[in-house]
Design a binder for this molecule. Structure first.
Ligand code: BDR
Ligand code: CA
Length: 315
């Protein structure tokens, strides 16, 4: 079983990814850590506690960073995920679950240290907690099994960012943290918009989840309605991008993805703030010290869309 920590800013697609993860016997979820992003960290932490409670999980929920590493925080994305972050759904006023007393980065460090070489970090929000964990304990880079993250946009299919022409939301929410995470000496796999925008769950698919997926499916259908409305209005899309679920699915079913290896750097500031740029291994051209000094990451450039959709629905 894959021991995993789920680092998240729920978030509709975050919730959908956590449901998938939780219902797969191949995963052993050790903790959930939360981070500013889709909304403020207090709101997304409350959402995470509610999800954990609904799913009947007994895992620590570590409240993570409230702001990016080196700049002020943004306004979040209530227009995408709803005013409370989970579409039209609102957690009850009283939740039985409470947060772990440790900060999110500390939960990560402690669990990685407790299970050397066994823990995979699945990160589906801004990368602040992972960067803080690295800063506090750089040796964890050599102690994790790997990092699978949703973020970035590499333009391999002719479209790129969702926050600017070149920047994706999770990365633009904390570019300095993303650059630290992508240049650390651990095994990073990056699921960016190049693949996550290929996987569209259309209305009929979501309806089927609702009709055939029992209580979990009913929840997934309900939580995704507002998000679907956003995709319809902003993209003319009759469905939703699966985004965060892909970071989970990649750990379970890597054969569904085509990966390209090479160091990745993140632009921090200026017109291209938050852009992720890979120098593919073997790419001809001049030396590029900013890349050449960094270890290679694996960037997903293609995905078996039907395979991913079938795996999610079957689960
Ligand atoms: C990412 O941004 C967030 O809004 C989603 O939850 C996802 O993690 C997509 O760009
Ligand atoms: Ca997210």
């Amino acid at each position: 079983r894959h021991k995993v920590i789920f680092d998240t800013d729920p978030g509709v697609d975050d919730a959908m990814a956590l449901y998938f993860l939780t219902r797969r016997p191949e995963f052993d979820l050790l903790a959930v850590t939360t981070v500013h992003g889709n909304l403020d960290v207090g709101t997304v932490t409350r959402n995470a506690l509610w999800l954990v409670e609904r799913l009947g999980l007994d895992v620590p929920v570590g409240r993570g960073a409230a702001t990016p590493l080196a700049r002020p925080g943004g306004a979040g994305a209530p227009h995408v995920h709803g005013a409370g972050g989970l579409g039209d759904l609102t957690p009850p006023a009283h939740l039985a679950r409470t947060v772990d007393p440790r900060p999110g980065w500390q939960v990560i460090v402690d669990l990685v240290r407790a299970h050397p070489h066994e823990v995979t970090l699945i990160a589906v929000g801004p990368l602040t907690n992972l960067a803080l964990a690295l800063r506090h304990d750089p040796a964890i880079a050599g102690l994790v099994a790997g990092v699978s993250l949703m973020g970035g946009a590499f333009g391999t299919h002719g479209y790129s960012g969702n926050m600017s022409p070149v920047a994706e939301a999770n990365i633009l929410s904390d570019p300095e943290a993303a650059d630290l995470v992508m240049t650390a000496r651990w095994k990073v796999t990056i699921l960016g918009l190049d693949v996550t925008q290929q996987v569209v769950m259309d209305a009929a698919y979501l309806d089927r989840l609702g009709e055939q997926g029992g209580p979990d499916g009913a929840f997934l259908r309900a939580v995704s309605r507002f998000y679907q409305g956003f995709h319809e209005q902003s993209r003319g899309l009759a469905g939703i991008f699966a985004h965060d679920s892909l970071a989970v699915i990649q750990v379970l079913a890597p054969h569904l993805f085509t990966l390209r290896r090479g160091p990745v750097r993140v632009v921090c500031g200026g017109l291209a703030d938050g852009q992720t740029i890979q120098k593919p291994v073997g790419m001809p051209g001049p030396p590029a010290p900013a890349w050449d000094a960094a270890p290679p990451c694996a960037v997903a450039v293609d995905v078996d869309v039907a395979g991913v959709l079938a795996l999610y629905a079957d689960t």
